[in-house]
Design a protein around this ligand. Structure first.
Ligand code: GLN
Ligand code: ZN
Length: 755
């Protein structure tokens, strides 16, 4: 039996990757220094894993920006518009593909980026054209294998498989991208034979699309592709992860490879029994037992029992204990966290700790000395402490969850009546508003940091925030916006701000995970039952409202988004955790209402991204996700107008769920796609009011009067005039005041011209 890891975090224990990349981009270091520093990160990662006692260590899991982008370069799938840069330095070509390129007249758009399955990691989307050619253009995978070999480590190189590579890409025109497979496979074959020549025994080929519902026609592609590339190759370990191993298991069994990795974390116990029974005799099983994408300590006794079950059918020399997926999605090292509650810290495991767990499980079965090991005893105690801890369980919250009735999920009256009642708000036709945040300038961030570091006191910080809020209100009054916002200057992040004020959350100091390129996020950890101690937003909303006669919207982050952007406890259903957040938000909503806020917005940008990978699980997710929003929003008076906001994705396939939220108004991102979303309203009548974003806030560009007007005219074709709101497509916190002022001024004048 062996131990392995599918991938190690790239960012380094102190986000070294981020600092190195950003220094290079801002020309503070040269390429030579960059490579030297990067090589150190890789070396440390390998040595760390080796010293931990791991048998199989990955290489080529590292990437300077993204592993899918690496593969585009490796196979020469470089979009036409970058070809001009091929003469340049290859590194700059690589970064241009990721981030775009501007130099004088030359302005090349970056490749698109999108979410990696249901994680918060983003990959670069390959672009394929009909006459696409592939050849081995970039030898990174081979270089990295040799680099590790130089340190005396024979690694198992990782590569994204050919079917997933094509599947995840987009095409420049309409054609079946799988027709390109024939041309792509020789590149894989060439890489594999080179790796074999240089001494690789195994290669890990990731095919995460095996976690999706696949069309039948792809099955035969899998079979023939692997028949072709396995000749003259190191032994292939084919991996699937992120959903139950039962998904596509029948296909997996038939693919001609030497080993199969399965995600056992997402596999139900009864399904595991089936899988072990049918597992092909001649193949190695890599059992993904340690969760690669959470932060919780593994229940080792439970894992030991699972392995015992597996061992009944699979011989020791065909079994590998592994992480369920790459550790890319887990922070690096827990040991540095010196500020979190010691009890809670004892329940956690980051990547380095997870590797120790993998190694332990393997050793446990290979040596009789470990039956009573200290590591195991300590683990048993931690797991027990966590189950029983008073920190986690709050009887009041549990009771409240049980008492949720259908009444809590419904407004008093339907939208038609509410709209009449809400006419007291006295809003004009095409009311204007924004999504919530105003620019988080350098100054705002500096004040927050200084306050955090205790360089300035609370009084000074608050005075500053008040002044910013006041300026924002003054500005909105000056351009005559109908529904105002306070500007969110007091918020660092839309989830963290709430997490910090709720019971059941903790925050780490170093718990960073990569989001894309040099960007990392530090999700809060939900460890226990959630409740609200005090009001969270009333102070600022009320203050803003006191400055103006116009209506100010209260501004909250919705339950699904808070859940989705946190590390969530694994000892109860996500549904329950989400509803606990919803109940806390309900208290806040009622508090805002009591304090005179007539409109309250509850943002749910992550509603769509929470959708499970497999369609058969969509309905149950959507049910509790929508119910959670309704719990938070439905108990207000009919006079109180509820808004919601969504962005970052296509909504076409969940429009009916959005309707079920029954928000009075939804503002939604559409402008980047030229209001393509509106086309879905041709056949589908959205009953409530809607603010289709009239301009894209993701670039500093100021939209023209004409283009906003055209968009709103298009909107009127599909939506009732008296139900259209006018707003940008997302919050303005990443923008500068200069362009915000110009854009919003134009926006209000467009609305006026339409009235
Ligand atoms: N109210 C938030 C803001 O304006 C919404 C952010 C979002 O949609 N991601 O910043
Ligand atoms: Zn948004």
């Amino acid at each position: 039996m062996l131990s392995s890891n599918l991938g190690y975090p790239r960012i380094g224990p102190n986000r070294e990757l981020k600092w190195i990349l950003e220094s290079y981009w801002s020309k503070k270091i040269n390429q030579e220094t960059l490579f030297k520093e990067i090589s150190n990160i890789k070396k440390n990662n390998w040595i760390k894993q080796k010293n931990a006692g791991l048998n199989i260590i990955p290489s080529n899991d590292f990437s300077l920006y993204d592993h899918v982008l690496d593969l585009c370069l490796t196979t020469n799938a470089i979009p036409e518009r970058f070809k001009k840069l091929k003469k340049n330095n290859p590194l700059d070509l690589y970064f241009a593909m990721a981030r775009g390129f501007q130099n004088g007249k030359l302005d090349i758009k970056a490749m698109e980026m999108t979410k990696w399955f249901d994680t918060n990691y983003h990959y670069i989307v390959p672009e394929f054209k009909p006459n696409q050619k592939f050849n081995l253009y970039f030898s990174k995978i081979i270089d990295e294998f040799l680099e590790a070999k130089n340190f005396g480590i024979i690694t198992r190189p990782v590569i994204l498989g050919p079917i997933s590579f094509l599947h995840l890409g987009k095409t420049t025109s309409k054609f079946d991208k799988f027709t390109l497979l024939k041309k792509l496979l020789p590149v894989y074959k060439r890489i594999f034979s080179l790796l074999k020549k240089f001494g690789a025994d195994w290669i890990q080929v990731d095919e995460p699309v095996l976690s999706l519902d696949l069309e039948k026609k792809i099955h035969s592609k899998f079979i023939s592709a692997y028949n072709f590339i396995r000749k003259d190759s190191p032994s292939i370990l084919l991996t699937s992860y992120f959903s139950s191993s039962l998904t596509n298991f029948n296909l997996l069994k038939k693919i001609n490879v030497s080993g199969i990795h399965l995600d056992l974390v997402n596999t139900k116990a009864k399904d595991l029994t089936k899988i072990i029974r049918k597992f092909p005799k001649n193949k190695v099983l890599s059992a993904g037992i340690i969760n690669g994408r959470n932060i919780w300590k593994n229940d080792l006794l439970n894992s030991i029992n699972i392995i015992k079950k597996i061992k009944k059918k699979i011989p020791d020399d065909k079994l590998i204990i592994s992480t369920s997926c790459s550790l890319l999605h887990s922070p690096v090292d827990l040991s540095k966290e010196d500020k979190i509650d010691r009890n809670i810290k004892d329940w956690l495991a980051f990547s380095d700790q997870k590797i120790k767990e993998v190694v332990f499980l393997r050793n446990f079965f290979n040596s009789s000395f470990l039956k009573n090991s200290h590591f195991l005893t300590k683990n048993i105690i931690s797991i027990k402490n966590r189950t029983k801890s008073k920190l986690i369980h709050n009887t009041k919250v549990k009771k409240r969850i049980k008492s949720i009735s259908s009444k809590l999920l419904k407004r008093n009256n339907n939208y038609f009546l509410r709209k009449l009642i809400q006419s007291d708000l006295n809003l004009p036709l095409f009311p204007t508003t924004t999504i919530g945040s105003f620019p988080q300038t350098k100054e705002v961030r500096k004040y927050r940091l200084d306050f955090k570091k205790k360089i300035i006191n609370a009084k000074k910080y608050e005075a500053f925030l008040k002044n910013e809020t006041k300026k924002a209100i003054k500005f909105q009054e000056a351009i005559d916006i109908d529904v105002m916002v306070h500007g969110e200057f007091e918020r660092n992040d839309m989830v963290e701000y709430f997490g910090e004020q709720l019971e059941g959350f903790i925050f780490t100091k170093y718990g960073w995970v990569q989001s894309y390129g040099s960007r990392c996020v530090k999700p809060p950890i939900i460890f226990g039952d959630i409740s609200r101690k005090n009001s969270m937003t009333v102070y600022w909303s009320k203050y803003a409202q006191s400055l103006t006669k116009k209506i100010v919207k209260g501004m909250l982050t919705g339950p699904v988004t808070i859940l989705q952007w946190s590390f969530v406890r694994d000892d109860q259903a996500r549904e329950i955790t989400c509803k606990q957040i919803a109940l806390s938000l309900l208290d806040e909503v009622l508090d805002l209402e009591k304090n005179g806020l007539k409109i309250i917005q509850i943002d749910e940008p992550a509603l769509r991204e929470g959708l499970p990978l497999n369609k058969n699980e969509w309905n149950s997710y959507l049910k509790w996700a929508i119910d959670s929003f309704k719990i938070a929003s439905s108990s207000v008076k009919d006079e109180t107008q509820i808004h919601t906001h969504m962005c970052y994705c296509e909504f076409d396939d969940i429009l009916d769920s959005i309707e079920k939220l029954d928000a009075d108004v939804i503002s939604i991102e559409t402008s980047r796609s030229n209001m393509e979303l509106l086309d879905s309203f041709k056949n589908y009548k959205y009953p409530n009011s809607i603010g289709p974003g009239v301009y894209d806030i993701h670039s500093p560009r100021v939209p023209s009067f004409k283009e906003m007007k055209l968009l709103l005219e298009k909107a009127q074709k599909y939506l009732d005039k008296d139900k259209i709101w006018v707003n940008p497509d997302c919050g303005l916190k990443t923008r500068g005041w200069k362009e915000v002022k110009k854009s919003l001024k134009l926006m209000t004048s467009v609305a006026k011209s339409l009235r």
